[in-house]
Design a protein. Structure first.
Length: 126
């Protein structure tokens, strides 16, 4: 998303967080780094952090990959206004987890890239 936002010349604040704490402080999976690099994107310096309640006030939109994360994030929402900021990045579809199948990193990248492009089209006028 950061790469596409910069390409579009948008002044959006982009961040990433996980709902669990098991990878906090770690970098991205090497296969994700390689896949992004193959598309001209460097994510190697990213560091995992855990989603926090203050993200509801800091961000206008909170995108999640699957219904488990959707449920986890919605459970943290302090009110309906905050909950309304939370959306699946692919609309009504989930992003599959490629962790156990190396061949899925490219297709998952393409799904996420498409979702990011759709979000930019939808919200760029704001």
């Amino acid at each position: 998303m950061q790469h596409l936002v910069e390409e579009a010349g948008l002044d959006w604040q982009i961040d990433s967080a996980g709902t669990g704490n098991w990878h906090v402080g770690e970098g991205p999976d090497r296969r994700s780094v390689r896949t992004a690099r193959n598309h001209g994107i460097d994510i190697s310096k990213q560091v995992c952090r855990q989603f926090r309640k203050s993200d509801f006030t800091e961000f206008d939109l909170i995108l999640v990959m699957d219904k488990f994360n959707l449920s986890d994030v919605l459970a943290m929402a302090p009110n309906d206004q905050a909950a309304n900021k939370v959306k699946l990045i692919l609309g009504n579809h989930e992003v599959p987890d490629p962790y156990y199948d190396d061949s899925q990193f490219e297709p998952v990248f393409e799904l996420i890239e498409g979702g990011c492009k759709d979000i930019i089209k939808q919200f760029r006028q704001y």
